[in-house]
Design a protein around this ligand. Structure first.
Ligand code: ATP
Ligand code: PAU
Ligand code: K
Length: 249
């Protein structure tokens, strides 16, 4: 069995696949290393043989997690590493090792699935956009705050914006102008996110006309999917790239 991990800034996404990298045996989203071990502990008949992971965390944090996994399961662990070029995609950063590895893997996955030009949009703690041309050239991308960061900045830097998670969720059932703080903030932030998405689409059209695929991934992808009906929502796009970057030996 293969353990796959996507260690983002807020959450660790994990899944366990059968040894031939086929059947999905378990998956989850957790907010700590301990919660990961707990989640894995609940899987019946767990027998890991290999682990691959991608992390955008510090080397110390990632090292602590890999040590824990080695001590617990005694399996070989492979971490995705930066590359100038892989699977036909050329990293567009001047310093290629500085491009976030989650972005890089989502790009590898997207270009592989599209077999052509694509726009990859990832909605996590941060939101990212990356442009890959039909010849595999990464033209670059954009990074901006995601929903969690936008709302938390408002909560942190104002005195009178306070509300709970349930109210936040309910506020998004409509997008008419808010008549309560929670509605005004949640809808305002979502409209910013959707505005960002439309701008990325315009830019992609200016490069490629209609000849490109849009991928949406990340925990908040569903919040914007209705403004891009043509998009492919691929929640596990980073894992698609991870399998390409870290094949089984
Ligand atoms: N099952 C879930 N567990 C946790 N968050 C979820 C879940 N489903 C959707 N979300 C939403 O996804 C967002 C987090 O996205 P995601 O997990 O892709 O990124 P992250 O790990 O926080 O950050 P990064 O951008 O570094 O990947 C949060 O806004 C959260 O509300
Ligand atoms: C932008 C995030 C936070 C998105 O998860 C991650 O890809 C990251 O930390 N990137 C490093 C900076 C960069 O990609 O330019
Ligand atoms: K991510």
């Amino acid at each position: 069995m293969i353990l796959e991990l996507d260690c983002g800034n807020s959450f660790i996404k994990w899944r366990v696949l059968a040894a031939n990298a086929g059947q999905l045996l378990g998956e989850g989203v957790v907010d700590s290393n301990l919660a990961l071990l707990e989640g894995l502990g609940e899987l019946k008949g767990l027998a890991l043989t290999f682990c691959r992971l991608v992390s955008v965390r510090t080397a110390e944090e990632t090292g602590a997690l890999t040590s824990l996994l080695k001590d617990t399961f005694g399996v070989p662990i492979v971490c995705a590493a930066p590359a100038r070029e892989m699977s036909g995609v050329r990293n567009g950063y001047e310093e290629f090792e500085r491009l976030g590895l989650d972005r890089w893997l989502a790009m590898l996955g997207g270009f592989h699935l599209a077999s052509g030009a694509c726009l990859v949009l990832d909605f996590g703690t941060a939101v990212t956009a990356d442009f890959i041309a039909s010849d595999g050239e990464h033209l670059g991308g954009f990074i901006c705050p995601g929903m969690p960061l936008m709302r938390n900045q408002l909560r942190t830097h104002t005195r009178k914006i306070r509300y709970g998670d349930l109210a936040a969720e309910q506020a998004l059932e409509s997008l008419v102008p808010g008549r309560a703080t929670v509605e005004a903030v949640e809808r305002g932030c979502l409209l910013m996110l959707r505005g960002f998405v439309m701008t990325q689409l315009e830019l992609a059209r200016s490069y490629w006309g209609e000849d490109f695929v849009v991928f949406l991934t990340g925990g908040d992808a569903s919040l914007v999917s209705e403004v891009v009906p043509r998009a492919r929502v691929v929640p596990d796009l980073v894992f698609v790239g991870l399998a390409m970057a870290c094949p089984l030996s």
